[in-house]
Design a protein around this ligand. Structure first.
Ligand code: ZN
Length: 391
């Protein structure tokens, strides 16, 4: 190896032009490294015929937005939790979707954390303004009367009126009605399919909006990948009764890894090999009780019986708020935690991909270790252990 002296001597001997070119060369290498690190690493190469991309959507609220590349089809399930995520979603999707067309958009239910970027902000654009959508599949029932849901309906109608879009409810799909299909072929050889599953709450009312969620199964040959939106226990029970499930490769955790979804009655049927919880780990937006933070301890305990391949896009820091100590449901006083401001990628953008004749793989833009081996989980386990048990 050249000594430092020799390098200094060589630099001295260089003409100004050569020196300039050498500096330029190193600048390009360094810029290239940063570009790779900040751009391509965030957006992994698509591997296999089918890939599921669980995006970081830049805020601490739990919300679903999953981009799916299935053969030549570009598919989105849900539109994130915040209007501000629009650019992040567009930026990510455009890495893979080059014709500005989403062949399928599936909107699972009318809660804001699933429709935000399809509804758009009061004065802003929506994902329907950004993309030509061929087929919209959404929920037949809703109890919502929010402004966001009104905007969603208006944006959906405008997209349909543009002329190249068909819209079906999941019930029409399940019943093969009005041109809708229960099973959509996503490849010429028949190896990739999108199946719209039957949910009892497509045609029965529920007090819980989550139960109206559209449920779909992707198939790649014999492999299955299950999405149930925010379906709650009653819905999961009906689903488990209706279908003779076999093991699934991937289960998107029900309701962001909350205590109330991903129940044993469904898990024992589907025995998931990989599970992704779409949430900002540590978020206390719906709870004051630490083990209920997303992903919740009861969820973790149920799912970890079947797999340790559990992934979460981001984390938010927790700060102790001594001002409002809490009493848990058993009457025990516990310390309260509030959500801080610090957002940090955990697994980052998570891609689950399926290649024929190879095991289903997972690649993450940040942490590669499974959840239980991350520092976040080790720290959270200590806090969970200090809180009264659910049992
Ligand atoms: Zn949700």
């Amino acid at each position: 190896m050249a000594s430092r002296k020799k390098v200094k001597k060589a630099v001295k001997k260089m003409s100004p032009k050569a020196l300039f070119l050498a500096i330029l060369f190193f600048a390009i290498v360094i810029a290239g490294y940063y570009l790779y690190d900040n751009y391509f690493k965030e957006k992994p190469e698509v591997k296999g015929e089918l890939s599921f991309h669980f995006m970081m959507v830049g805020n601490a609220d739990a919300g679903d937005c999953v981009y799916i590349k299935a053969g030549d089809n570009d598919i989105l399930i849900d539109g994130g939790s915040d209007y501000d995520s629009l650019d992040d979603i567009e930026n990510y999707v455009n890495t893979y979707c080059t014709d500005n067309t989403l062949e399928y958009v599936i909107v699972t239910h009318a809660d804001l954390d699933h429709i935000a970027c399809f509804a758009g902000s009061a004065n802003g654009q929506s994902l329907f303004d950004k993309y030509e959508v061929s087929t919209i599949i959404d929920f037949p029932l809703s109890n919502k009367d929010t402004k966001a849901y009104e905007r969603y309906q208006a944006e959906r109608l405008a997209e349909i009126n543009d002329g190249n879009t068909v819209h079906y409810t999941a019930l029409e799909c399940y019943n093969n009605q009005n041109g809708a299909k229960r099973v959509y072929d996503l490849s010429a050889d028949g190896s990739l399919k999108l199946e719209v599953l039957y949910n009892y709450f497509y045609e029965h009312e529920s007090d819980d909006e989550n139960n109206y969620s559209v449920c779909v199964m992707f198939h790649h040959g014999d492999r299955q990948f299950l999405f149930t939106g925010d379906l709650e226990k009653e819905g999961e029970e009906k689903l488990a009764q209706k279908y003779d499930f076999t093991q699934v490769e991937l289960f998107k955790a029900g309701h962001h890894g909350s205590t109330t979804s991903s129940n044993e009655i469904l898990l024992r049927e589907i025995k998931p090999k990989i599970c992704v919880a779409c949430c900002c780990a540590g978020s206390v937006e719906y709870t004051d009780y630490l083990p209920s933070t997303f992903p919740s301890r009861p969820f973790y305990e149920r799912i970890s019986v079947y797999t340790d391949k559990i992934y979460v896009p981001m984390t938010v820091d927790l700060v102790v708020n001594a001002e409002k100590p809490l009493v848990d449901y058993k009457g025990t006083q516990i310390t309260n935690y509030d959500r801080g401001d610090q957002l940090t990628p955990l697994h980052g953008n998570i891609v689950v991909y399926s290649e024929a004749d190879k095991e289903v793989g997972v690649t993450c833009s940040h942490e590669q270790k499974v959840l239980k081996d991350t520092d976040w989980f080790k720290n959270m386990s200590v806090l969970w252990a200090q809180s009264p048990s659910f049992s």
